[in-house]
Design a binder for this molecule. Structure first.
Ligand code: ARG
Length: 425
């Protein structure tokens, strides 16, 4: 018996992948889109298995979850769940990222990378609760999302198996649409005003991939921007938004205290109105490929800018030099699907400690696509207005001490310069 198990283990690409005979009751991560709708039907036919559909609300703008749930039931789901995980997402995933100034590759605020481990964790919880043996997701074999979801399931629930039909079914887009039509699955098309980009979104941002976005010399067509107003059509009036933080947590906009979800939604609205948060990004995926993404990240642009600025003000030069390196490590780990890696917790402990000082208010001017810091205020600022002035001396700063400092500070550089340019004979 042990031998057989070992053999099967070695014939699979990965230990957590399900073989046909093992799939009886599947928890499907269901978005209501084409791929996961086709999957809902396909899994029932192909595996002769029951499907339970789970849809997770992470604040995707304009989604009607009642419709999604109804669609799952129509397609034969034996049970359906919609989980409103916005609060948990904001508190446990987006907030740590804010404290780590989470940005990958200089432009991507990680919204999808932050969402996937939570979605997969909820899938595990529901699968266990309703007795599923397998989790199914709709990721392709070319992206980062498969890594994030499967690494989460394999980490949190070694007893559960995974299937990823899109990776294996070898249907092209046309075949898939034909399959959908044959099975009465409604296919959204351009005729309904839905541009067929590949979209992923939540309250922290939205990505578009595919079509002309893959042509690197193609400047963005306006129809890709479903969230942010193109800057040239944004209002002629500027707006200053004040973001207040307490210990690294954004707590108020323009002096009005808001819960985190509401605050992020409000920041997104302001950014959208002023054309703020459009990012045209070339990205190094974890699976090797370079890909172009168009991001609309209005809330992240405003909140991360304000946080970074405030943190810079309350930290010393040494902390600022050091933290930027750790921030980059944090973002890379999360981007790369290793949310549950202990190093992330180690880094979070450091982020928490630094953020104890991040209290204050940053004013940001929004205008036709730009967001610029214009005011700063903090009780913890390592800043003394009197010392900052060019002429003043006294207190903690002595101008007389400067030349001595310069002599010692430049000592090794001067010695090395001499050795190279004026060598002893
Ligand atoms: N490139 C981003 C990432 O890897 C966004 C991915 C969006 N996912 C999607 N299935 N459309 O996180």
């Amino acid at each position: 018996m042990a031998e057989i198990t070992e053999q099967t283990q070695h014939t699979r690409t990965a230990s957590y992948l399900a073989e046909k005979g093992e799939v009886h009751r599947v928890l499907l991560l269901y978005s209501g889109g084409l791929d996961t709708s086709v999957m809902l039907k396909w899994i029932q036919d192909e595996y002769d298995a029951e499907v339970v559909a789970l849809t997770v609300n992470l604040g995707q703008p304009g989604e009607d979850y009642g419709v999604v749930e109804g669609k799952a039931r129509d397609l034969g789901a034996v049970d359906t769940f919609v989980v409103d995980a916005r609060e948990e997402f904001a508190r446990e995933y987006v907030l740590p990222s804010i404290k780590a100034n989470g940005l990958y590759g200089g432009g991507y605020p990680l919204f999808t990378a932050l969402g996937r481990p939570l979605i997969a964790k909820l899938a595990v919880e529901h699968a266990r609760r309703v007795g599923c043996d397998t989790i199914a997701h709709g990721c392709t074999g070319k992206g980062n999302d498969q890594v994030r979801i499967e690494a989460t399931v394999a980490t949190l629930a070694p007893e559960l198996k995974v299937i990823a039909p899109v990776r294996g079914w070898q249907m092209g887009r046309e075949e898939e649409m034909a399959y959908a039509r044959r099975n009465g699955i409604h296919v959204k098309g351009p005729s309904e005003g839905t541009p067929p980009y590949s979209i992923d979104d939540n309250l922290w941002g939205r990505s578009s991939e595919g079509r002309w976005i893959e042509e690197l010399d193609h400047a963005p067509d306006d129809d890709v921007f479903q969230l942010v107003t193109p800057p040239e059509r944004a209002p002629d009036e500027t707006q200053i938004v004040e973001v207040t933080f307490e210990r690294g947590v954004p707590v108020a906009l323009d002096g009005e205290r808001l819960g985190l979800v509401a605050l992020l939604e409000r920041a997104a609205e302001m950014g959208c109105r002023h054309g703020v948060g459009i990012v045209d990004h070339i990205e190094d995926r974890i699976v090797g490929l370079k890909v172009r993404d168009i991001y609309e990240v209005p809330a992240a642009t405003i909140v991360l800018l304000a946080h970074r600025e405030l943190e810079k003000l309350v930290c010393t030069i040494h902390q600022n030099q050091f933290k930027a390196d750790l921030d980059r490590q944090w973002a890379y780990l999360v981007y790369a699907g290793l949310w549950w890696e202990p190093l992330r917790g180690d880094l979070d402990a450091y982020m928490e400690r630094v953020n104890e000082q991040v209290t204050g208010t940053i004013g940001i001017k929004l205008y036709k696509g730009s967001a610029r810091v214009v005011t700063r205020q903090s009780p913890n600022a390592v800043y003394d207005e009197a010392l900052a002035s060019f002429t003043a001396s006294g207190g903690l700063f002595s101008q007389q001490a400067s030349p001595g400092f310069i002599e010692l500070w430049s000592l090794q550089s001067r010695m090395a310069w001499r050795l190279r340019n004026d060598p002893p004979t």
